[in-house]
Ligand binder design. Structure first.
Ligand SMILES: [Zn+2]
Length: 256
């Protein structure tokens, strides 16, 4: 199987998230991690005004989410709302969108999915509007492999349980989906894996748009993408931490 030059595949296989020499980040509460995730993904292009929801299921079954009223670039740790497993607010000062039903159904249907993220993403949303799945044209667009379903039965906003259940079924075991005429959906085992998936999806979608605008290119084969995609098991080494530090530099108040 062909491999991409410059990628140390052995290192990736044996990657340990914390090598223990120097701390990559200060201690972060789970709410602070969700607030940082909002800020990071805002800067990936998941930034349509106040649209978008991140849910993060904790070990005790409760679910953390961002407030309905706030844009992703202003959320702080104390803004994060806590839900029970049915989606009812049990702690927090803000409302949550009724569109969270899809997330709650996904958490219930897939025990492997502790993080669900949806927004009207800039680049992947563009492909969703074109009803096309972006090819993978470069290495950074191939960090995550597997099918990218296009869910094309647009039925309005995601507030109806039957409509959202159809989306859950369409997603199946996939890591992500394009929602035609709507936006993008990404799931993951934990925040760092879900972050890599969002970042890879946006990069892939942006690159594919630019390559096709520039006259076209040579897409990577599925086999090549599978060889590149080893980081997805743990998230790309140190990436989540680096992007979290970037947000801490931008605004340390995210931890408040
Ligand atoms: Zn939406």
């Amino acid at each position: 199987m062909s491999k991409v030059p410059g990628v140390d595949y052995d290192m990736l296989k044996h990657f340990a998230p914390n090598p223990g020499r120097r701390p990559l980040l200060p201690d972060l509460s789970e709410k602070a991690q969700v607030a940082l995730m909002c800020r990071m993904l805002f800067h990936e292009g998941w930034n349509e005004h106040i649209a978008g929801h991140i849910t993060y299921r904790l070990d005790n079954g409760t679910v953390l989410t961002n407030p309905w009223e706030l844009a992703w670039d202003e959320v702080t740790a104390s803004d994060i709302v806590t839900l029970d497993e049915t989606g009812k607010i049990i702690d927090g000062d803000w409302n949550v969108t009724p569109a969270l039903g899809l997330h709650i159904q996904l958490h219930e249907a897939r025990p492997d999915v502790n993080v669900v993220i949806h927004n009207h993403a800039r680049w992947s949303g563009l492909w969703a509007n074109m009803h096309r799945v972006p090819p993978v044209y470069d290495q950074a667009g191939g960090y995550v492999d597997g099918p990218l379903p296009l869910f094309d039965e647009y039925g309005g906003t995601f507030e109806d349980a039957d409509k959202t259940m159809a989306a859950v079924r369409a997603l199946g075991d996939a890591k992500w989906a394009l929602l035609a005429n709507h936006g993008s959906l990404v799931v993951g085992r934990d925040l760092r894996q879900a972050h890599l998936r969002v970042a890879t999806l946006e990069w892939r979608a942006k690159r594919a748009y630019e390559v096709e605008l520039g006259g076209g290119g040579v897409a990577l084969t599925e086999e090549q993408v599978q060889a590149i995609a080893l980081p997805d098991a743990h998230g790309f080494p140190f990436l989540w931490e680096a992007m979290a530090r970037r947000e801490l530099r931008r605004d340390p108040g995210v931890l408040d």
